[in-house]
Design a protein around this ligand. Structure first.
Ligand code: DSN
Length: 414
């Protein structure tokens, strides 16, 4: 950061402060991870300079000799890692990727069936606040109120009744595996396209630890900075027959120039994902989430769906009498960083957020394991059960700091 310190000391200070914040807090945000240093290097490289439009071999600006190779590398590695027929690495984000998929084969106003946000879905799956809902006619399926898992009978029933042009599987807060094959069969029954959004799960899928949606889906979207452990930005995988439509829906359809430095980071993380250290980090991520879910349940917390099959643990705090916002803020005050989250029960209470979402990726990237998960759950519980006890809050803060000092954020992947 030598040049930055000279050009803008205030900003350089903020970068240092952020590094310090990450080192001295425990990151349980399910949508974050600690990336390898090489990812940060390539994102800050001279590829930032290059403006590209179009695709390798068919660009609208000269000077793409290296950028073309970077993009081809990302495409080839993505294809091989996820066993995909066609890969587009240009989306700026998961939402851009989803928008491009919708616009690739649908007409404005077409009907889409996806998961409800309080039940686990994502804003870009047609939430009323998202542009996606202004462009398409969304209906939402839910989880079963007892099991808190996707109600596939309801998905089938709604699909047959509504005849959507597309069905979306995938979620931003759903801790269970999704039966992609089952939803693909339902999509076929009603002649709907099938999109799987695996933004949260891509790293676990890449490591072959949970089922992949690729075989069963017409389209798969994901982002690279959650379990995938890479840089910013999204990716679309699709069947070969949709390749041209997807490429033109991204450029020039939904985006202009794409960020070559981020495409390079995608190429890099796809390479690292084929190595043992990445797979080990993903195994630890799964194990650590399971341990946290079990310990939280032992302490009497309502863990949505009674556990987890991925990196997320979702807690409904209703019966503890604590709002998601209060929990988020008291935990932040002791150095445990996570986010408040809507849970299924919040569905009909506008503005109510009764849950918190935990993710195990970043603490696993630091090399933490069972013992540390036990300590984290202990500290969370102490803080949540003693919201106004400053002595206990101060003690938990010290213990969080001690844990952080033992495990640097220098990712164990390189
Ligand atoms: N989709 C948002 C989340 O899950 O938190 C951001 O990636």
């Amino acid at each position: 950061m030598l040049y930055l310190a000279k050009d803008d000391p205030a900003l350089a200070e903020l970068v240092k402060n952020e590094e310090n914040r990450l080192e001295t807090t425990l990151n349980l945000i399910a949508a974050e991870n600690h990336s390898p240093h090489s990812v940060l290097e390539v994102m800050g490289s001279v590829f930032n300079t290059k403006t590209i439009e179009g695709y390798p071999g068919n660009r609208f600006h000269a000077g793409c000799i290296n950028a073309d190779q970077v993009e081809n590398l990302a495409i080839e590695r993505g294809r091989s890692l996820f066993k995909a027929e066609h890969v587009n690495v240009q989306p700026h984000s998961g939402t851009s990727a989803n928008l491009a998929v919708y616009f690739s084969v649908l007409k404005t106003g077409d009907r889409i069936l996806s998961m409800s946000l309080p039940h686990g879905g994502h804003l870009s799956h047609g939430h009323s606040a998202s542009i996606t809902s202004k462009c398409f006619d969304f209906s939402h399926y839910k989880v079963d109120p007892e099991t808190e898992r996707i109600d596939y009978d309801q998905v089938r029933q709604m699909a047959h009744c509504l005849k959507p042009r597309m069905i979306v599987a995938g979620a931003s807060s759903y801790p269970r595996l999704i039966d992609y094959e089952k939803i693909s069969i339902i999509a076929r029954e009603v002649s709907a396209f099938f999109l799987s959004d695996m933004a949260h799960l891509a790293g676990l899928v890449a490591a072959n630890l949970i089922p992949s949606p690729v075989l069963y889906s017409d389209f798969v979207t994901f982002t690279c900075y959650k379990t995938m452990m890479g840089g910013r930005g999204g990716v679309i995988l699709c069947k070969k027959r949709f390749g041209k439509k997807i490429d033109s829906a991204i450029f020039p359809g939904c985006q202009g120039t794409s960020a070559v430095n981020l495409i390079a980071a995608k190429a890099l993380i796809f390479k690292l994902a084929m190595e043992d250290k990445f797979v080990q980090a993903q195994k630890n991520t799964l194990e650590n989430a399971r341990v946290m879910a079990r310990l939280l349940m032992e302490k009497g917390y309502h863990v949505i769906s009674g556990g987890t099959d991925n990196h997320q643990v979702l807690i409904d705090l209703t019966d503890k009498g604590i709002s998601g916002r209060t929990a988020e803020s008291v935990l932040e005050s002791i150095g445990i960083i996570l986010n408040r989250n809507v849970v299924p029960k919040d569905e009909n209470a506008s503005g109510k957020v009764s849950g918190i979402r935990l993710g195990s990726s970043a603490v696993s990237a630091r090399g933490m394991g069972d013992d540390q998960m036990r300590e984290i759950v202990e500290l969370m519980d102490m803080a949540l059960m003693n919201l106004t006890n400053t002595v206990i809050i101060d003690q938990t803060k010290e213990r969080v700091l001690a844990l952080c000092r033992e495990f640097s954020i220098n990712s164990k992947v390189n």
